[in-house]
Write a protein that binds this ligand. Structure first.
Ligand code: ADP
Ligand code: MG
Length: 169
């Protein structure tokens, strides 16, 4: 796939789950090939669009077996990503409750944007452009039916394009 964006229509929650699992598989390939990689992925969309649901299945799709709760109050929840016996980091952010665009830096989270693994960020717009650039942007938009969603993926880097190619959509 040579395009840097595509939209997937999800008729029901299971379709969103399958899409998150495909992304997990693609990220797994990438980290196995190079465990020093760092990626930034954004999740955008209204409240209830399915950002946390997508994040949960992505994180669990990468082998985390515990509960993935919304980081609404903590701003960031870290999860281990085990690749070839080494621990990389999956950091799941929800910036909705930030009172200041730089609160994520004041809370000491900047270092997470360099470490091997990836950052997954809900509500990046609350940081008003102060975050590093995103390799992949994911937008979730509700459809007309209650369980329907249109999910758009956009790659902004070569790494993002490689991820899309491996997703086999
Ligand atoms: P957000 O993090 O965007 O505020 P959540 O993931 O917390 O949203 O909530 C999404 C809600 O919508 C969940 O209750 C989920 O079960 C429901 N839902 C229904 N259909 C879908 C779908 N196709 N994709 C994602 N979530 C869905
Ligand atoms: Mg959420």
């Amino acid at each position: 796939m040579a395009q840097n964006s595509f939209t997937h229509h999800c008729r029901q929650e299971a379709d969103t789950v399958a899409l998150a699992q495909k992304l997990a598989l693609s990220l797994d390939h990438l980290f196995r090939a190079d465990p020093s990689v760092h990626l930034n992925i954004s999740l955008e969309g209204d409240l209830g669009a399915g950002k946390t649901t997508f994040a949960r299945h992505l994180i669990q799709g990468l082998g985390y077996e515990g509960r993935v709760k919304s980081p609404t109050y903590t701003l960031c929840e870290p999860y281990p990503l085990i690749i070839h016996g080494k621990t990389l980091a999956m950091n799941h952010f929800d910036l909705y409750r930030m009172r200041d665009p730089l609160e994520w830096q004041e809370a000491g989270f900047a270092e997470h944007f360099d470490e091997p693994g990836f950052c997954l960020v809900e509500w990046p717009e609350k940081a008003e452009g102060t975050l590093p650039t995103f390799d992949v942007e994911i937008h979730l938009i509700a459809g007309t039916d209650e369980n329907e969603r249109n999910i758009t993926f956009q790659a902004n880097s070569n790494q993002g394009m490689i991820i899309f190619e491996k997703m086999c959509i």
